[in-house]
Design a protein around this ligand. Structure first.
Ligand SMILES: [Zn+2]
Length: 284
């Protein structure tokens, strides 16, 4: 325990999410040793948050103006809207660089036990956006990207039912499943189950069979083409192949080198981590 203002500062830092007593202490002493200018900048930033932050009038994320940077970007596709729980979810999806539509922030998820019902979320705002044109374009697809937990799933089911009366609107849910670089045997049954029901068809039928949660029936599994019948080899070809075998026996180090190269080209867990770090390090 320290005395006076220093302990107060440690106590306040300790209330923040993800900050334990030791981190709180480290942050407080870091500030004590910092340049007065950097402490002043922190004070100004905190004051700006206390004085009131602006929320985007369209999507509801935190913004510096009436409209956020994404909603005011003419290159974004207004026919696609991704529904998320919190503004931080937008940043996570933006890091993938896969989505070029707009967002809608609900401000949480349905949680009746803690008193969060539809009126506590920005659901009415979403319903207003559906059917309303943005720059002459109607929303064609709503992608529900709420968290893959009980409250997130309940919110997703609720929204899907609410949006069903719009026949021209596609409502989709973010697939959830296995993390890249992971081992199948270590996945829990909930994750593996949702990965199975949210599977992608790689070839064959364009549309999924009725009841997409069903496990693939054997007739839907792609069978490899039957091996071609071995034909009688041409004597000349036999000679060539024997020579090739002899050569490959002589030059065995080269063969081994090739094997190493192919093993190295296979992505490893490290590669996946590195590539995901690159995304984090290079925001657009
Ligand atoms: Zn916005």
């Amino acid at each position: 325990m320290y005395e006076g203002p220093v302990q107060n500062l440690i106590d306040e830092f300790g209330k923040l999410p993800g900050i334990g007593p030791k981190s709180a202490q480290r942050l407080a002493f870091h500030l004590l040793q910092s340049e007065p200018e950097s402490v002043e900048r922190l004070r100004t930033a905190l004051k700006a948050v206390v004085d009131g932050i602006t929320y985007c009038e369209i999507c509801g994320t935190v913004a510096a103006a009436e409209r956020c940077r994404i909603c005011s970007d003419p290159r974004r596709d207004p026919s696609l809207v991704c529904v998320v729980e919190e503004p931080k979810d937008i940043e996570a999806i933006e890091r993938t660089r896969e989505f070029h539509g707009l967002y809608h922030v609900l401000g949480g998820a349905l949680d009746p036990i803690n008193g969060i019902g539809p009126n506590e979320l920005r659901i009415a705002g979403l319903m207003r956006r559906v059917g309303q044109e943005t720059d002459g374009t109607e929303i064609a697809e709503i992608i529900i990207a709420t968290d893959p937990n009980t409250t997130g799933e309940a919110t997703s089911t609720y929204l899907a039912r609410l949006l069903r009366p719009f026949p021209d609107l596609v409502v989709s849910r973010l697939a959830s499943g296995l993390p890249m670089g992971a081992d199948l045997e270590f996945a829990d049954e909930l994750t593996l189950g949702s990965a199975l029901s949210g599977r992608r068809i790689l070839s064959g039928e364009r549309s999924r069979p009725q009841g997409s949660a069903r496990v693939l029936a054997p007739e839907h599994i792609d069978t490899p083409p039957p091996p071609t019948e071995p034909t009688e080899p041409d004597p000349a070809e036999v000679e060539v192949s024997e020579a090739a075998i002899a050569e490959s026996e002589v030059s065995w180090p080269r063969t081994e080198h090739r094997t190493e190269a192919s093993a190295a080209s296979r992505p490893t867990t490290d590669d996946v981590e590195r590539s995901s770090n690159e995304h984090v390090d290079n925001p657009r």
